[in-house]
Design a protein around this ligand. Sequence first.
Ligand code: MG
Ligand code: MG
Length: 273
Amino acid sequence: MIVCKSQAELEVMHRANQVVARVLTELVDKVQPGVTTGDLDRYAEARVREMGGKPAFKGYRGFPASLCTSLNEEIVHGIPSNKRHIAPGDVVSMDLGVLLEGFYGDSARTVAVPPVEPEVARLLRVTEESLQRAIEQCRVGNRVGDISHAVQSHVEQAGFSIVREFVGHGIGRELHEDLQIPNFGSPGVGTRLRTGMVLAIEPMVNMGDYEVEILEDRWTAVAKDRRPSAHFEHSVAVTDEGPWVLSAPAARRGATVVADDARRAVGASGSLS
Ligand code: MG
Ligand code: MG
């Protein structure tokens, strides 16, 4: 069952997602050589709790941490560790979920530690652009396939590949609600979007082949060919005024961010930047 949210519920979801956005923005500054992914996880959990939220991933189906940290060839669901030190050149994806006032927020970003190879910079840029193109499709009357196609076409035109094993999802009082949002598909097909739907859209893009392997920890998904992978995610509400990016940071920061007032900007011009 697809649950559409009222305006009041969307406001709560915005608050939950703003906790996610703030903590992710702070984490981006913490990603430095020598820092461990365990450090990032502890920081994330402490900040989420300080802001009155509960880390959504900790204990979810047995996941042991508050933050997913996936480095380089790791795609998603990497487990933070005190032994995993970030090194120059690493590609670091961070995925954070928060429960606040009964609703979930979910967002992810990927950053690279200098020196960054040009092809890695392009991978990150294309992945984020594909998310922005997907967000532009989150309009009443469009279909899920329009979102999927926006991601896939942009990524494949750039010569990268879309991970098939994991998809975006509805979100609300549950972390994963009905409506799957694949990052591949055809336009004009699938469920029609309605006012009040909230979608966590999360392209996972591999530099090489899209095939995935799960490591022995039974969580970490890696690119089978061990080439780098990137992941960006936003929780997006479908509204009569256009897409509302609930997890967009309040202030623009670097290349990773869709401005918080993008809701109106998108509604007005159909363009995110
Ligand atoms: Mg996520
Ligand atoms: Mg998600």
